[in-house]
Write a protein that binds this ligand. Structure first.
Ligand SMILES: Nc1ncnc2c1ncn2[C@@H]1O[C@H](COP(=O)(O)OP(=O)(O)OP(=O)(O)O)[C@@H](O)[C@H]1O
Ligand SMILES: [Mg+2]
Length: 261
């Protein structure tokens, strides 16, 4: 890991009518880190992802990625910058195969494809002839090879969530934002997810921002954790610091659901 700041979120706010879903959020993620973003339901975690990735505009504040200002850019441009995300709900095309879903994520990278911005800085690093090998590569990283031809909608839930990660990886990101990847997973699937996320960082050089309620997973994977409550950052620190932080225990970790996590 080096100390280069990859993602810089500054004074980020988002209002929905009278509701302040994000209030002046500041945090940074360095290249090679796994950072957790946690907090109770409705704290603004998904809203933060939506604003960072350009799905919705901020009411105030800025986001920089790899030194480039990305706030104000549409999602397709944010992906070009190297930032991909997964969704809290499974978000694949259920009637298409696992491989075809991955292909969709890859489309803007293919030189012969008309999908995605034709101009701009998109890599377009793939010739059409290289696409099958690239799909294989993604299937292998995510251990989905055996499911390549199955309809996405027919996969067990845990694998559908993993396919969401595979589709994001197909864009060849340098950073991945994961919105509750462990939700609904059983114990074994959860362990497998943890191994996948560590491989993504250690073998594939990805930087990760992880939104998760599964505290054991967050505490074991993340070097640093940012805690949001009602749109506001109330704490930031190492897992040990966060575990013992009075305001975090009061607002979140002390809740019965998480007390033993
Ligand atoms: N499009 C929207 N329009 C209006 N209000 C919204 C919208 N999106 C989110 N909100 C509100 O903003 C607040 C933050 O929601 P958000 O989904 O970001 O929370 P979260 O931290 O992701 O929660 P969870 O852990 O339940 O996923 C909530 O009060 C939510 O109802
Ligand atoms: Mg959410």
């Amino acid at each position: 890991m080096n100390n280069e700041t990859l993602l810089k979120v500054s004074g980020l706010s988002r209002q929905f009518g009278g509701l302040m879903a994000l209030r002046g959020l500041d945090f940074q993620v360095r290249r090679g880190e796994i950072v957790g973003l946690i907090g109770p339901n409705g704290a603004g975690k998904t809203t933060a992802f939506n604003v960072i990735t350009g799905t919705i505009p901020p009411s105030a504040g800025e986001v920089h990625y790899a030194g480039q200002r990305i706030s104000g850019l549409p999602p397709s441009r944010v992906v070009i910058a190297g930032l991909a995300r997964t969704f809290q709900a499974t978000s694949t095309y259920p009637k298409e195969s696992t491989a075809d879903n991955i292909y969709r994520g890859m489309l803007p990278r293919i030189r012969e494809s008309l999908v995605g911005p034709v101009t701009g800085r998109y890599h377009r690093d793939l010739a059409a002839s290289d696409v099958p090998a690239e799909i294989e590569r993604i299937l292998k990283i995510t251990d989905l090879e055996r499911w390549a031809r199955h309809e996405a909608g027919s996969l067990p839930y845990g694998l559908q969530k993993k396919l969401g990660i595979a589709v994001a990886l197909a864009t060849k990101p340098t950073m991945l934002l994961l919105d509750e990847p462990a939700a609904g997973l059983n114990h074994e699937e959860c362990n497998e997810l943890a191994r996948l996320l560590l491989r993504l960082r250690d073998d594939h050089g990805l930087t990760l921002l992880l939104v998760e309620h599964h505290m054991a997973l967050v505490m074991s994977l993340c070097q640093r954790i940012v805690v949001l409550v009602q749109g506001e950052k109330i704490a930031e620190g190492t897992p040990d610091e966060i575990r013992q932080h009075p305001a975090v225990i009061e607002a979140y970790l002390g809740a019965p659901d998480y007390a033993h996590a």
